[in-house]
Structure formats: structure tokens, C-alpha cells
Design a protein around this ligand. Structure first.
Ligand code: FPP
Length: 245
């Protein structure tokens, strides 16, 4: 699929990706899972570049789920270190390319060194505006929704908000993603057709795209393919086809 095939007037505003298949990619090569994660980092770079070229304004990547804490400690440590070194190596590039960095998820569970560094990168890139790159780290959508319920009910208890006024906007405004638009296109690699506790509220009207490509093999042309597929669908948001036209 080529860049030219994409309608530049119908670019998704927000693309989210479940980057899956690093482990299998490594296993196929007789290597350890860590080798796959390192290769997955290259795909992350390529896809960010591609978002900049296409004018996609928001990219959200599922880098570490709440469930991933159950993996062997050695793999968790490796992923954390890879994240830390990648951010350290890329901070200049983020600013050079006008990329705003953010995270969603429960950062309190991350090692302090990583948490502090994430905050530093967030602060040092917060004025950038070409692309918002959000990493979901220690993220789980059900947990996010539980937190929203807690915060909103506290506000009701303290008379800051009346329960009658709780609507979708109120919920939205308490999600980690409060500053992001709804997800237009959700991509999952590696052939699995699951959402795995990612952005459950935010994908209510998203187009879902599944590809068999393993994440370390995912390249710009694969993103183009996903976008062309998105552009060929009719998003009706519950209306009829005639109403949309
Ligand atoms: C899923 O593959 C991938 C992850 C749990 C981690 C994602 C991490 C990266 C792509 C590394 C670089 C990222 C950044 C942001 C620096 P898996 O391990 O579940 O693969 P499997 O399903 O084949 O076992």
C-alpha cells in the first residue's frame, strides 16, 4: 500500500495501537522475548515518523498493561529499561519534531526512576503541537473507569457536582484521556482479535483493524493499509447511510 493511495482530507485524528507479537516474533527466530521487544521499538519509531508525515495528530500506543505486571520479573525489568533508554535517547528528537509526549495509566506502580523521567519528558514537550504521542503504561481500561467512578462520586459527596448532572462529558473529563479526542482507528497486530482492556470507553465508535503482521514487522506501508481500510468504511455513528450522505 502506498502513501499516494491515502486520502489526505480524511486522515484519522486519533490512532491507537495494540502492539502485539514481539514475543512470537523473537521465538520464530529462536531468540528470547527481549529480542522481540527491542525490534518492536524500531516499529514504534517508524510509525511515529509516519504519523508526522500523514498529519495524524494523536497516536496512543499500548506499551504495558496492568496485566503485564504478571510477566516474569526479568522481562518486566527489561521493558522498563528499554522504555527509559528509549525516552532518554529520543527526548531531543521529540522536541525537534514538535511531538508532545504523554502517558495514561497508573504510573505509581512504575519504578520511581522511570516515573520521574516520564514526568520530565512530559513537561519538556508539553508545548509541542504537531503530534501527541501517548504511551499507555500500567494501563487498564476497567481500572481507569473504576477511578472515574471514585472521583466523580467523591465530587457528588462533596456537593461539587449533582448526580443529576453526570453525563458522558463528565465521565470523559475524568478519564486519563480527557485531553484526547475519541479514537477513530484502533489497530491490533499479530492476528489476535481482542481488545485486552484497552480504551474500552474511548473506542465506542472506533473502526477496528486487525492484521496478522507481528508488531516488529509492522512498517509504514502496513499503517497505510490500515488507514485506507478506515477510509473505505462508512462511519454512521448509529445513523442511516442516507443521513450521512
Ligand atoms: C506485546 O508483545 C508487546 C509488549 C507487551 C510491549 C510493547 C513494547 C514495545 C513495542 C517495546 C518498545 C516500546 C517503547 C514505547 C519504547 P508480546 O510480548 O505480548 O508478544 P507475544 O504476544 O508474541 O508474546
Amino acid at each position: 500500500m502506498s502513501f499516494e493511495k491515502i486520502d489526505k482530507n480524511n486522515i484519522p485524528h486519533h490512532v491507537a495501537v495494540i502492539m502485539d507479537g514481539n514475543g512470537r516474533w523473537a521465538k520464530k527466530r529462536g531468540m528470547k522475548r527481549e529480542y522481540g521487544h527491542r525490534a518492536g521499538r524500531k516499529s514504534v519509531k517508524k510509525i511515529i515518523e509516519s504519523c508526522l508525515e500523514l498529519g495524524i495528530k494523536n497516536l496512543t500506543l499500548y506499551a504495558f498493561s496492568t496485566e503485564n505486571w504478571n510477566r516474569p520479573k526479568i522481562e518486566i525489568d527489561f521493558l522498563m529499561q528499554l522504555l527509559f533508554l528509549s525516552l532518554k535517547g529520543e527526548l531531543k528528537n521529540l522536541n525537534k519534531n514538535n511531538i508532545k509526549f504523554d502517558t495514561i495509566g497508573n504510573l505509581n506502580r512504575l519504578p520511581k526512576k522511570i516515573g520521574n523521567y516520564l514526568e520530565k519528558v512530559r513537561l519538556e514537550t508539553k508545548k509541542n503541537s504537531k503530534l501527541t504521542l501517548t504511551l499507555a503504561l500500567s494501563y487498564g481500561s476497567r481500572n481507569e473507569i473504576v477511578n472515574v467512578v471514585r472521583e466523580v462520586s467523591d465530587k457528588v459527596k462533596n456537593n461539587i457536582i449533582s448526580s443529576k448532572n453526570i453525563d458522558e462529558t463528565v465521565i470523559n473529563d475524568h478519564l486519563y484521556t480527557r485531553n484526547l479526542p475519541d479514537v477513530d482507528l484502533l489497530i491490533r497486530t499479530s492476528g489476535e482479535k481482542r481488545i485486552s482492556n484497552f480504551l474500552l470507553w474511548q473506542i465506542a465508535y472506533s473502526e477496528l483493524y486487525f492484521t496478522k503482521k507481528l508488531w516488529p514487522d509492522f512498517r509504514k506501508k502496513d499503517l497505510y493499509k490500515a488507514i485506507v481500510s478506515y477510509q473505505n468504511r462508512e462511519r454512521r455513528f448509529g445513523k442511516t447511510s442516507e443521513q450521512i450522505k
